[in-house]
Design a protein around this ligand. Sequence first.
Ligand SMILES: *Cc1c(COP(=O)(O)O)cnc(C)c1O
Length: 366
Amino acid sequence: MEKIQTNRLDRGFFKYQDEFEAKALEVLRSGWYILGKEVSAFEEEFSSYIGTKYCAGLASGLDALILGIRALGIGKGDEVLVQGNTYIASVMGITVNGATPVFIDPDEYHSIDADKLEAAITDKTKAVMVVHLYGEPADMDKVVAVCKKHNLKLIEDCAQSHGACFKGKMTGSFGDVGCFSFYPSKNIGAFGDAGALVTNDEEILKKVKMLRNYGSEVRYYFKEVGMNSRLDEIQAGLLRVRLSHVDELTKEREQFAAKYKAELSNPLFTLPPERENANCVWHQFVIRTKKREALINYLNEHNVGTIIHYPIPPHLSECYAYMGYKKGSFPLIEQYADEVLSIPMYNGMTAEEQDYVIKVLNDFKG
Ligand SMILES: *Cc1c(COP(=O)(O)O)cnc(C)c1O
């Protein structure tokens, strides 16, 4: 059997090939390629999907974080509480702005442990960033309550949680800003880099739209030193196609997850728990095991791919060596980094592929 990879982007393309190809040709023939009617239409459709008033299309998820934090006025001398088990981009969004990340332990659902927020608040704390990691929403009741009580801004990193809800409300609609990535492997993926910021605050929207285009609102009048984070028409058009199918794409992932949960039964690893009152969208299906190295090798021998999200937590990453953290600084975060393993999960996975993955995993003897 051909190796079963953790993700197959081609399957996502072929699912709606005719629609993608028609849209790409339409944009190519339009003569307009950056920030045009496809971008505006996508911004409207996406904010309406998430349930916010506004959306700004951007060049990447990292840019959404960078510009969102900047638009909130957070910078040098400010502290942002963020879970320590996240992709590096969450933290870079903070540090690129000159602010300081304060790492918080995760709860058992891999999201920020809301019960540990208050103890970390100082007079420099300006915001909390939650990351709905792997598609599982954080406990937004508790997070929102802490932010309200202490007058903190709330930033949501939704790069892995398109369509995930907490008590029926979409992730991305709780915070002052919701930051999305449409990197090709995300639940709503473009065919290149793309991102977006959603908000209910018109001033934030205006500021982000200005900053994405060199700090200009009126052509060739530059109010601030901005950046180039414009979204292409072709990516926006293709994202509109993907967005029009998002419910069926999410349902398919839910079905794969339900099957994994029903049929994986090996005591050598644990399955991802699901938060009550939340709908996970299964960006990744992440198991945890003390036998990770042996399991990876075994799965490789049996043609099943895996990935670790993420092997080195941000506080131990070389780029943040200057912060002075050592191994042992955050034992729980490090334990997660040592035990998590993502198994194949992608739209278009066949029943045969999933049955094989389940059988091989259940046969693992350690
Ligand atoms: C992918 C990702 C990002 C960054 O998105 P890009 O589009 O790659 O810049 C940020 N945060 C998390 C949690 C991610 O998974």
